[in-house]
Design a protein around this ligand. Structure first.
Ligand code: NOJ
Length: 757
């Protein structure tokens, strides 16, 4: 992300007056009464002002809207702005807040939003990578730390977590979510909301979270960002909405709607999603912010005539705040005055916005996040430790032939090769907030730190991957031709006992707008790998990636493969922890890795179809030139030890909707070192009023086992795990036969059956 943050301190005159408390504060007791007390004294213009959000920089996370600083400053002073995004630092947020608090009529404090996606200054693994840890406590902790660091820099609202289910590796934003599974993503959503918002939003170390993008954004057709989404009601309710429901139930303060149109209606203008489902059926009382100009973009969708029309559609549909779109400030007052819009809709939106501001404690102290002291309380070293810990837990071991890993003490000469080997920028990933460019521990550094004096480390880059400027908005140029570094790389590979080959994706290959039709190793990387492999068979391929990659050749030939995503600040040390066996890998894939890009979208929880399989006849649902299964399935990941699963035992073969069944499985560490296994529970509804997936994750447990140790792992199957959105549009379970499956990944499971009576 471009670091040219324009501080408001530079844009606006400096105020010297001290913090001024709002006089509204002590007049009422509970939040609702307080909200009403404010609303009652607001003019229509002031109400609409609360629904406007401006960006403090002109080129950070969306198209520029022109130099309107003067106008915006005046709007702030008149109290006609509810929030700003991309304004950072104690000083800049204080200055902006002062504009409002010292000039406007009723002094409603601003909220300051920012994309704190996987860390603020300390950078943690990209969300897809972090989800591979399946460690919800760790994920909560990284959100907590991110909140602390952001809050100390003036931010009180993050646009995270992104909980769009994404099954298409071509979609660049797959890196930003928790993968393909609704159950896992729901649990991650809850953990993140708990982490960002803490126990209480009024704690100055808590910030408001955002469940985004509501809804369907991850289903962009052909994986092309912002593209049309075609999903039916069944898929919407059973796959896309559950994480959002989980976030709403966890008390997430805000939602963000999405750029895409879904079944013919832009999400931003979608009344059923926003008013009926979220605010109606789910009874959620926070506010919805639009995505960047997504209200105005309804013109481009061919859904609104002009900005005023777009404003009308969006508000009627339930969008409460306009991010950088200029529509609400242009259209809403006029629409009410012309009788085209009921002011009650505006009151509802403003009430929601004020509610969150009260909960954040902003009326008590508008400057509580602009406190220069807060920064001193940040324990950077402790945060780095957490970053290393979660990073090592996020690493997934895909292949380990000949037990090449962990590196044996007989390996005395290691060649570290590849464009990403000494790349200190890529591990910071996209959506890096205030994570500094080139600030991560590289693989080479991590290996050097861990190897000790007796091991010789040589390094050759071999080739570039990305070239030129790397920034949030600019396309990345890939090196497709320059192989001039191959020779030197091959030479060091020849002389080494073992090669650590660092390939994958540049930080700016995934993220917003980074969709790709190819998901293999970009540029000349595959050729480099093949040249190295010709001269040294002991290759450990370490991939850094923000999406599932197509790595069929490597899977067939390279003996050891490690998926190291983009792991953040401590990346190289965490990777070395795994390579040298200081940490026994325990990560499991939250997304399927395909055999070929043509399989995308690919996901484990698919439907059976009417023609599931038949190897001797082509008229079945398969490909004629490739297997239809994943190369590495959802939930997959190896350990340096071996986990064996015994047969399942069920407490009963029948249950009622009020009852439950306990399923128990013995899991044994059959290897010689301690390790952690993610034991996964899947269910299948065999016959129902709508077709159901072949299996669905419904539980998991992280189990630590010593060598030779066996633990009985028990899951309880309750009625809520059997429920789904059925043919009658009800969220319910249906009596009948079910399968229960438990194992270490979605493709290798012990199976039993039971009946719901
Ligand atoms: C657009 C992105 O889609 C959204 O996720 C982000 O929060 C906003 N820009 C603000 O940067």
């Amino acid at each position: 992300m471009k670091k040219r943050i324009l501080l408001l301190a530079c844009l606006f005159p400096v105020f010297t007056a001290t913090a001024q408390k709002s006089d509204i504060k002590s007049s009422v007791k509970d939040v609702e009464a307080k909200v009403d007390s404010v609303l009652n004294i607001m003019t229509l213009e002031e109400k609409v002002g609360q629904m406007v959000q401006y960006s403090g920089t002109w080129d950070l996370t969306g198209p520029a809207t022109g130099d309107q600083n003067q106008f915006r400053e005046e709007q702030l002073k008149k109290g006609l702005v509810g929030s700003m995004l991309n304004v950072l630092s104690v000083e800049a947020t204080r200055e902006a807040q002062k504009m409002v608090m010292e000039n406007s009529r009723i002094k409603i404090p601003l909220m300051f939003g920012y994309d704190v996606i996987h860390g603020f200054k300390t950078i943690f693994p990209v969300p897809l990578g972090e989800t591979a840890s399946w460690d919800l406590e760790a994920m909560e902790e990284t959100a907590r730390i991110s909140a602390l660091e952001a809050a100390a820099d003036g931010v009180n609202w993050t646009f995270a977590p992104m909980i769009d289910i994404s099954r298409d590796a071509r979609w660049g934003r797959i890196m930003e979510g928790a993968g393909e599974d609704p159950y896992l993503t729901s649990r991650v959503a809850e953990a993140k909301v708990r982490g960002y918002q803490g126990e209480d939003l009024s704690d100055p170390a808590s910030i408001a979270a955002t469940a985004k993008h509501f809804a369907g954004y991850g289903f962009a057709e052909a994986g092309r960002d912002y593209n049309t989404v075609h999903v039916g009601e069944n898929e919407l309710h059973n796959t896309i909405l559950p994480p959002f429901k989980a976030a709403a139930d966890a008390g997430v303060a805000t939602f963000m709607n999405s750029f895409n149109d879904i079944d013919g209606t832009p999400s931003t203008g979608n009344r059923i999603l926003q008013r009926e489902i979220l605010k109606g059926n789910w009874d959620w009382d926070g506010f919805i912010v639009s995505d960047w100009a997504s209200i105005a973009e309804m013109r481009d969708h061919g859904y609104a005539e002009d900005l005023t029309h777009a404003a009308e559609i969006a508000l009627k549909a339930g969008s409460d705040m306009d991010m950088e779109g200029g529509t609400y400030e242009t259209g809403l007052v006029k629409l009410v005055e012309e009788g085209k819009l009921d002011e009650q809709l505006i009151n509802d939106a403003v009430r929601r916005i004020l509610r969150v501001k009260f909960k954040l404690g902003l009326f008590e102290d508008p400057y509580r996040y602009s406190n220069p002291e807060a920064i001193n309380k940040i324990d950077k070293a402790a945060h780095r430790e957490v970053a290393r810990d979660v990073a090592k837990k996020s690493i997934v071991l895909l292949k380990n032939e000949k037990n090449l890993l962990p590196l044996s003490s007989s390996v005395k000469n290691i060649a570290v090769i590849g464009p990403l080997a000494d790349d200190k920028n890529t591990p910071i990933g996209n959506w890096r907030a205030q994570g500094e460019a080139n600030s991560a521990v590289s693989i080479l550094e991590g290996v050097r730190n861990a190897a000790g004096k007796n091991v010789k480390i040589t390094y050759e880059k071999g080739a570039d991957l990305g070239m030129g400027e790397r920034s949030f908005l600019k396309p990345l140029e890939i090196n497709k031709t320059d192989k001039s570094g191959f020779k030197a790389a091959v030479e060091v590979a020849k002389k080494a006992d073992l090669v650590i080959l660092a390939l994958g994706e540049d930080a700016f290959q995934s993220g917003e707008g980074r969709s790709q039709v190819n998901i293999g190793l970009a540029g000349v990387q595959k050729e480099l790998m093949q040249e190295i492999f010709k001269v040294n068979k002991n290759v450990v391929l370490v991939l850094q990636n923000g999406r599932p990659l197509e790595i069929s050749w490597a899977a067939e030939n390279i003996p050891a493969i490690v998926v190291a995503w983009q792991l953040g600040t401590e990346s190289g040390n965490a990777i070395a922890d795994v390579l040298f066996g200081k940490y026994n890998p325990s990560g499991k894939l939250p997304v399927s890795f395909p055999r070929a890009v043509g399989q995308e979208p690919l996901y484990y929880n698919q439907k059976m179809t009417g023609r599931p399989t038949n190897p001797t006849d082509v008229t079945y649902s398969a490909y004629t030139d490739e297997e239809k299964t994943a190369l590495y399935p959802f939930g997959y990941g190896l350990s340096y030890t071996i986990f064996k699963y015994g047969d399942l035992s069920l407490s009963s073969k029948e249950m009622t909707q009020q009852g439950s069944i306990k399923v128990t499985v013995p899991v044994t560490n059959a290897g010689s070192i301690a390790g952690k296994e993610v034991v996964q529970l899947y269910l299948r509804d065999l016959v129902a009023s709508t077709t159901r997936p072949v299996k669905e994750l419904k539980g998991f447990e992280l189990v630590q086992l010593q060598p030779g140790e066996t633990k009985q792992v028990t899951f309880e199957i309750t009625n809520d795990l059997l429920e789904f959105y059925n043919a009658e549009r009800k969220w319910t379970s249906e009596p009948g036969k079910f399968q229960v499956m438990v194992g270490g990944n979605s493709a290798d499971l012990k199976v039993e059956s039971f009946e719901l009576k």
